[in-house]
Structures are given as structure tokens and as C-alpha cells.
Design a protein around this ligand. Structure first.
Ligand code: PMP
Length: 398
């Protein structure tokens, strides 16, 4: 059997390309944050995680430029060996301070932060518990570890409780959830999760990718619930509110020390580039100094949810700048996406197996009312043909 035989049988994407309705890997030629250029068109960007609009901020850009001038384009190696700059250590210190935790480890991406953290901590006799809607990097971290991986229904805490209770004595338990779910825009039930973890003796990791910069004046999901002290580890990405590329894990000093010597995705992969580290640090400082950005991102999302509601469109369970619009099926998703592109609006089509069909929209602090109204008008004119009427089952992780 030729291992490549699956390749020639994979035609779905090629068919869509031939039909001119392939919605992925779009080659943008310009990116101003709230708008992007595709071909000769300027589109309002509603498909990015740039929640605070800081990728276009001159201070963040200057920090990246200065870092390239000072340290060059790459660290050309792992932080463990030759690729650690004082800049990475500074970023760790400021992230730890921001979260009010003793220590942090900067890792090359948020994906790798989850991968390394989970697989380093959970061993053969342990069990990892992940919400069904948890991000792929959490699931992959569980798979990469030698531990058993158990998924529980989205935010179904009694189900988590039962699953934890069934673990044999002697097995370690690690619960991993998203603070804000990336495809739903809803929050984890953190107070209940913390209570169950404490009662069952499980350790808890919260992935704050979409909460950092957004909830609680930007301080994130754990702070929003006032529960930072009772969450063992927080994983972070720099590729959303921090307008950069990279990731980190934040927690107690001994855990971080262990991870820095056991997380393979940290030890065996090159460190964030000087430009990435410097821009993340600059964005973190701005995020702390300018809490209005988080509030504006949330106000813009609220404006959109209200506007969608007036047009009879459900924003799902969204409580953040991520708003899912349920579509009737795969074809409807693609056609709606394409019509929106033609109307000057960039959205993300999401299809199974990633999640049930939807357009994922996300909004920024820097979107203007004019941008938002343009999006609402474009959606309002098309909703009845493409969007689903019934409420979906949120329990569709990937
Ligand atoms: N966790 C969540 C919840 C995410 O949404 C993402 C990115 N989509 C990641 C982790 C991975 O982050 P990164 O882009 O830094 O790899």
C-alpha cells in the first residue's frame, strides 16, 4: 500500500479551487489591521484575532524594527542553547507580573505552549481531561503525552466531575480548558471547574489565548472570575491581542522550572524571533496602559451582537469579540463567505471536522462604526438564505 494513495483521492479542495470558491490560504497583499487587501480589493477584516488592533500600532512596529536592528532576524536556535535573549527573560518577567504569578516560560507559539506543557506534565499513568470544544493544541498535547485523554461535553461540569471520580487512585489528573472558546466566543465555567478540580485533586490549566487582552480590561479570563490564584497554569499566545507570534505558560516557579527542562516543544524548537519577542512585549505594555482597548473591543462586539439581533441573526453564545454565525451547511457557508468577500467583508468559514458549519467573525478595538455597519448591512441582506434557524449543539470539538 502506497502511503501517498490518500493524496490523489483528496479532491474536495481542488474542486473548490477549480470552481473559484476555495476560501483558505488567501494571498493578502496588504494588512492594515482592520482592513486587508486581496487582489485589488480592500476588505474589512472580520476574521482576525488582532483584538486590540495592535499589529498596526506604530509603537509595536517600532519595537520590532529596533529588535531586528539590535539582534538580527532570528535567534537561530532554541532558548535552551543559543537562542535566549535578555528580551525573552524580560517578557517572561512581565507576563508573570501581569498575571500575578511567580514565573513564566516563553515558548515559540501558543500551540507549542500547550503541546509542551501538557505532554511534559502528564505521564503514562495519568489522565488528561479536555473540554470537547477545546483548541486543537490542547487535544494534541493530550495525545502527545503518554497519558489517557478524556474529553467531556462542552462546559458540562457534572460530566467532568464524574470522569474525575472514575480515575483510579494513584493516577495524576490534569484538566485543560480554554478560557474563551475560539469557535464559540463563550467562556469556560471557571468557578465550577476550579471547585471540581480542587475537590477531586486535579491540576488545572487554562488556555487564555482569546481572553488575554479582552476580558476584565485585558487581564484575561482567570482575573475576570477573580480566580487566578486557584488556576495552576495559564497558557498564552502572542498571536492575538499581543499582535505578534509566540506563546508562554505562566505559573509557580517550580512548575515553570520543570517545564523549561522537560517541555520538548520549548527545548527542541527555535525561540521567538527578536522582532516577535519585542513586539509582544511592546503590545503587553500598551495593553496594560490602555485598558480602553479591551473595553472598545467588547463594545464593538456588543454593537455587532445587538445589530445582528435586530436583523434576526443569532450571535450564538458569544460573550467576547468572537461571534459565530451558524450556517445551514457546507455549501451555504462557502457561498455566503464568497458573497461577503464580494461585498467587501473578510470572514472565516469553518467547516467539519473543525467544528459544525459556521462563519466565524471576530472584532477589534480599532473597527470603526462605519466598518461594523458595513458588515451588518452585508450580513443582513443575506442571512435568510444561508444562516441556520435552529440553535446548534455547541459540543463539537476538533
Ligand atoms: N489556543 C487557542 C485557544 C487558540 O485559539 C490558538 C490559536 N488559534 C492557540 C492556542 C495557538 O496559538 P498560536 O497561534 O500562538 O500557535
Amino acid at each position: 500500500m502506497d502511503i501517498f494513495s490518500k493524496v490523489s483521492g483528496y479532491t474536495a479542495a481542488r474542486d473548490a479551487m477549480a470552481a473559484g470558491i476555495y476560501p483558505y490560504f488567501l494571498p493578502l497583499t496588504g494588512n492594515e489591521g482592520t482592513t486587508v487587501t486581496l487582489g485589488d480589493r480592500e476588505l474589512v477584516m472580520c476574521g482576525s484575532n488582532n483584538y486590540l488592533g495592535l499589529t498596526a500600532d506604530p509603537r509595536v512596529k517600532q519595537a520590532a524594527i529596533r529588535a531586528v536592528e539590535q539582534f538580527g532576524t532570528s535567534c537561530t536556535g532554541s532558548r535552551f542553547l543559543n537562542g535566549n535573549l535578555a528580551l525573552h527573560d524580560q517578557l517572561e518577567a512581565e507576563l508573570a507580573d501581569f498575571y500575578g504569578k511567580p514565573a513564566a516560560a516563553v515558548i515559540s507559539t501558543g500551540y507549542q505552549a500547550n503541546l509542551g506543557t501538557i505532554s511534559a506534565l502528564a505521564g503514562r499513568d495519568d489522565v488528561v481531561f479536555a473540554d470537547r470544544a477545546a483548541h486543537a493544541s490542547i487535544v494534541d498535547g493530550g495525545r502527545l503525552s503518554d497519558a489517557k485523554l478524556r474529553r467531556f461535553r462542552h462546559n458540562d461540569i457534572p460530566a467532568l466531575d464524574r470522569a474525575l471520580a472514575a480515575v483510579p487512585d494513584g493516577a495524576g489528573k490534569l484538566v485543560v480548558v480554554d478560557g474563551v472558546y475560539s469557535m464559540e466566543g463563550d467562556l469556560c465555567a471557571l468557578p465550577e471547574i476550579v471547585e471540581v478540580c480542587e475537590r477531586r485533586g486535579a491540576r488545572l490549566v487554562v488556555d487564555d489565548a482569546h481572553g488575554l487582552g479582552v476580558l476584565d480590561k485585558g487581564r484575561g479570563t482567570c482575573s475576570y472570575f477573580g480566580l487566578t490564584d486557584r488556576v495552576d497554569l495559564i497558557t498564552v499566545t502572542f498571536s492575538k491581542s499581543l499582535a505578534s507570534l509566540g506563546g508562554a505558560v505562566v505559573g509557580d516557579e517550580d512548575v515553570i522550572h520543570y517545564l523549561k527542562h522537560h517541555a520538548r516543544s520549548l527545548i527542541f524548537s527555535a525561540s521567538p524571533t527578536p522582532a516577535s519577542a519585542a513586539s509582544a512585549l511592546a503590545a503587553l505594555r500598551i495593553l496594560r496602559e490602555e485598558p480602553w482597548r479591551a473595553e472598545r473591543a467588547q463594545q464593538n462586539a456588543e454593537y455587532m451582537r445587538a445589530g445582528l439581533g435586530q436583523r434576526g441573526i443569532s450571535p450564538g453564545e458569544s460573550a467576547t469579540p468572537v461571534i459565530p454565525l451558524r450556517t445551514r451547511g457546507t455549501i451555504e457557508t462557502i457561498v455566503l463567505w464568497r458573497e461577503l468577500i464580494d461585498a467587501g467583508v473578510y470572514t472565516n468559514p469553518v467547516l467539519p471536522p473543525a467544528a459544525s458549519p459556521r462563519l466565524r467573525l471576530s472584532f477589534m478595538a480599532t473597527h470603526t462604526t462605519e466598518h461594523l455597519d458595513r458588515v451588518l448591512d452585508a450580513l443582513g441582506a443575506r442571512a435568510e438564505h444561508f444562516l441556520a434557524d435552529d440553535e446548534p449543539d455547541v459540543d463539537d470539538g476538533y
